[in-house]
Design a protein around this ligand. Structure first.
Ligand code: 13P
Length: 245
């Protein structure tokens, strides 16, 4: 169960979140709990979550190890700051920063080389779904962004299916729609990496996950967790989602 805080919360607000969240999440053993704050709030999150079950992740990384790349942060820096996870190719990165499938692969490889667990995001836009292109888009994103990994690399990756039309819109995918898409992604994983790898793959659903719809989503065999935006910003709300795992 992962929270993507996007461009929300200062360091102080991050500390305040964990003051409320730590006692609520104590004892959670049925799932991994991950929070991905902004780069600047990572130190505050790491300090506040130390000794708790919550793990910290970045929202993005650059594929080079170091160099003249103004404004970028690499995987090794995230690890040094205390991160264990990183989001790759969130649809907002694809939409506003033109990230491509080829870059997704490079970033995923860089994350793995640094020792991070990548959560690689895929998902179709509204016009693509309306145009009957959902399958094609997911297959292309898998082929370009993930199929180039080795089997060993792939075993450390989680995938988040986030239909773009469901993000921040309050319009969540129905459990059946999400399960269909997850099934398709899992079958692509099986074709490329084999049955065992596909069965072990964790596929998270993201897009308007809230306390009142999470249980129905989690009942689907194909759905292994959630990547939560808005509803991860408040401790009382996010803990209800974590408990549904
Ligand atoms: P919301 O939960 O706010 O719809 O955001 C989903 C998302 O993009 C998580 O990465």
């Amino acid at each position: 169960m992962a929270g993507n805080w996007k461009m929300y919360k200062t360091g102080q607000e991050t500390t305040a979140f964990f003051a409320g969240f730590n006692p609520l999440v104590a004892g959670t053993a049925n799932c991994d709990v991950v929070i991905c704050p902004t780069f600047l709030s990572i130190p505050a999150a790491v300090a506040a979550a130390r000794g708790t079950v919550t793990q910290i992740g970045g929202q993005n990384l650059f594929w080079a190890k170091e160099g003249a790349y103004t404004g970028e942060v690499c995987g090794e820096m995230l690890v040094a700051a205390g991160c264990q996870w990183v989001l790759v190719a969130h649809s907002e990165r694809r939409q506003y920063f033109n990230e491509s499938d080829a870059e997704t692969l490079k970033k995923t490889q860089a994350a793995l080389a640094a020792g991070l667990n990548p959560i690689v995001c895929v998902g179709e836009k509204l016009d693509e779904r309306k145009g009957g292109k959902t399958e094609q888009v997911l297959i292309e994103q898998f082929a370009g962004g993930l199929a180039g990994l080795t089997e060993e690399q792939f075993s450390k990756v989680a995938i988040a299916y986030e239909p773009v039309w469901a993000i921040g819109t309050g319009q969540t995918a129905t459990p059946a729609i999400a399960a269909d898409a997850h099934g398709l992604i899992r079958s692509e994983a099986e074709k490329r990496f084999g049955k065992e790898a596909a069965a072990a793959l964790r596929i998270l659903y993201g897009g308007s996950v809230k306390p009142d719809n999470v249980e129905r989503l989690m009942k689907e065999e194909q759905i292994d967790g959630a990547l939560v935006g808005g509803a991860s910003l408040d401790p009382q709300t996010f803990i209800k989602i974590v408990k549904a795992a």
